[in-house]
Design a protein around this ligand. Sequence first.
Ligand code: ADP
Length: 499
Amino acid sequence: DISNGSSESCTFKMPEIKFTKLFINGEFVDATSGKSFETIDPRNGEVITRVAEGDKEDIDLAVKAAREAFDHGPWPRMSGYARGRIMMKFADLIEEHVEELAALDSIDAGKLFTMGKILDIPGASHCLRYYAGAADKIHGQTLKMSRAMQGYTLREPIGVVGHIIPWNYPTTMFFLKVAPALAAGCTMVVKPAEQTPLSALFYAHLSKLAGVPDGVLNVVNGFGETAGAAVASHMDIDKISFTGSAEVGRLIMQAAATSNLKPVSLELGGKSPLIIFDDADVEVAAELALQGCMFNKGEICVASTRILVQEGIYEEVAKKLTEKAKSWVVGDPFDPRVQQGPQVDKKQFERVLSYIRKGKEEGAELLVGGEAHGEQGYYICPTIFSDVKDDMQIAKDEIFGPVMSLMKFKTIDEAIKRANATKYGLAAGIVTKNLDIANTVSRSIRAGSIWINCYFGFDDDAPFGGYKMSGFGREHGLDGLYMYTQVKSVVTPIYNSPW
Ligand code: ADP
């Protein structure tokens, strides 16, 4: 009963769009070319506003500012404690603007306003505080040298970083990369996704208010093939951190290799399994499976898109999932009753629908959904296919939408083998009360995160990243901080030492 895109159900006044330019060297500036691009509201396909379109020239200016701030500015030279205090202030400022920021991500990306308020935006300040607390605890080691020498390591900031971020979590991804890089003492250029440029600019503004020095954090909006590619191939960027598709990850790694051999970290796609064993509570398992797959309209790299269910409870789980999907509320992301907003844009909407068509053609049984929702906007009904075979396209490709594949298995060995039968390895879930099964499967799955009797077990302290073609490098935790540092050995001989 919720009409798509209607403002009747909105509980929040549209945010005023305050920042639409590029943020370079502490100032909001127009693009050198004077160009701008539209950002679209996925609830109705209407233009929200125009945003400055950064290109190679603007990336060059931003890198120049970041280089100057790194080579001569205070940020890498001040104490970690002092950096941490500024980051804490940044976190405080975010908390003063939670509703406004959540609303920006909702109109830009179709994300649930309520989730933005309780998860994405508070998560950003939490992430900043986590790394702020680590900023003065970045230690090297004292080395046990084999000769009469003293040796120790210094863990130094890696330099100027390029962050290329996706549109599904505009806020979370921004801070997952920016917070540890700031703590390490790096300076940076952020290239947000062209679909979701708005909140990043607000964060740039808040960083300045918090006291982050000019040039340390630059934000250049623009398209992937132009602005993004300029970041990847830049000769004066020391590291790239990228989250997005495997195809683009490959291009970025190539560009890094053929330019200055800068290291890259890649967080790419997934086709994550959730394995439900016969002893599981059906209600709990079905809820985990549904949330795991449909949360954030399936636009989440760790989505549990392959639900493997042991044969003893397969029918029950399928029935329960179908019931739940039928009462899952799709509609305006500002309505607090709604559980799923629109896909981010027309291209993704059409891509997801084409996979749904493919699933039907391939002969998977459609239990529920299978079509667009409503007349207006990019809404898709939560869709569940049953009896999906491992070699079907819908079982292999990352769909990035609310589309679930249900699969039946008999034994633990079969479950492990099929869970691993993917080119990806980002996450996996296990639902069982049996500790031996949980431990065995955890160790056997080739994926970076294993969630037992839960899903989305994210935490600022839990390293997160991919095996196989889901990428490499870890974000969150101290591993996430160390990606923005490099280790230097310092050695000196000790003459005439009895030791
Ligand atoms: P999706 O296909 O889901 O939109 P992408 O992986 O294409 O995801 O996009 C993630 C980020 O990568 C965005 O910021 C996008 O602009 C950027 N990007 C896309 N193509 C390139 C490229 N050739 N070089 C660098 N960045 C790119």
